[in-house]
Design a binder for this molecule. Sequence first.
Ligand code: ASP
Ligand code: MG
Length: 412
Amino acid sequence: MPVLVMKFGGTSVATLDRIRRAAKRVGVEVAKGYDVIVIVSAMSGETNKLVGYVEETSPLFDAREYDAVVSSGENVTAGLMALTLQEMDVPARSWQGWQVPVKTTNAHANARIEEIPTDNITAKFDEGMKVAVVAGFQGISEEGRITTLGRGGSDTTAVAFAAAFGAERCDIYTDVDGVYTTDPRICEKARKLDRIAFEEMLELASLGAKVLQTRSVELAMRYKVKLRVLSSFEEQSDEAGTLVCDEEDIMESNVVAGVAHSRDEAKMTLVSVADRPGIASAIFTPLADAGVNVDMIVQNISDEGRTDMTFSCPTNQVARAEQAMEAAKEAGDINFHSIIADESVCKVSVVGIGMRSQSGVAAKMFRVLANEGINIKVITTSEIKISVLVERKYMELAVQALHDAFDLDKVA
Ligand code: ASP
Ligand code: MG
């Protein structure tokens, strides 16, 4: 039997009624002849609540126990989904991560899946079970302890199962009907894409589009899993939603596929550091050790052996970054005049594989921002992406202007 993976996010299993609705969707696919692996999230809000319990109990918590607690939300929905399917006369069984087993690294709260042996579930399919309901987000470490895969991790569970079982497709059911050219809450002209390339989706996910966990897109790209994002609240056809696929499977696309934004960025500048070999390493190693997620980096030209080093990071990591830099100065590893933290910036990016073959995209982006009177503070580019830091108050305006200028409301 061909295998289909169907993943239901938190809002799609938020109530018993919604679980019933989701189960009906599963029943439709079973009737088509699929063996179905259903991956469930916790009921929406549940994981946040569990994280809150942990933080209140123990601010510097032991990550093993964090995982023991926060993984439990998925256990509830897995069992309820299996029961609901059974009530509909669909032979179903639930599986927690360790039962499969979903083998992961020991990196608690942020573990990576290493292997998913298929024999246990396949044996049940051979006995006539039609649906394996698996608790997303969790696995078991080499040490035999429960792990979790990082927030949003059940997307990654779903793609990993699709890869392990050679599934025909991995359908991600969520509360939006697909991937949009930009955030519809910011830009009313945002358009749902029928298809998007893996690499574009990867950039959009890591730039702040929250529809899929970044890691899940990486896995789908590596194992060529056909990934579809669709709404569990609408009637579905086979063409519904957005297909994330190889660029060869996309006939036509705009040069720019989407505009992404990330609101809470900070721009940090170390003023007057010595311009010498090893200085970047001496700055960014302690930042990495302190767990600061540095994104953009710019080094100014030097003047008389001194230079300024600028980087960006999330606003909630500014204090940590400052601490790490002051400590490195104290230890004599680096020397700087002062640190300037600008916490009122945001990042706006345009993404598209068409940029590889078309020049002038950056120039056009800068012109559009200039015409709106928006000053650019930092720029970075990759082969298929251009990002700028601008003042946060201009975020909506920048997104809308770029969406217009690159004609994203129209199909290419
Ligand atoms: N329930 C987990 C979370 O909220 C995992 C997921 O839903 O993907 O992060
Ligand atoms: Mg999610």
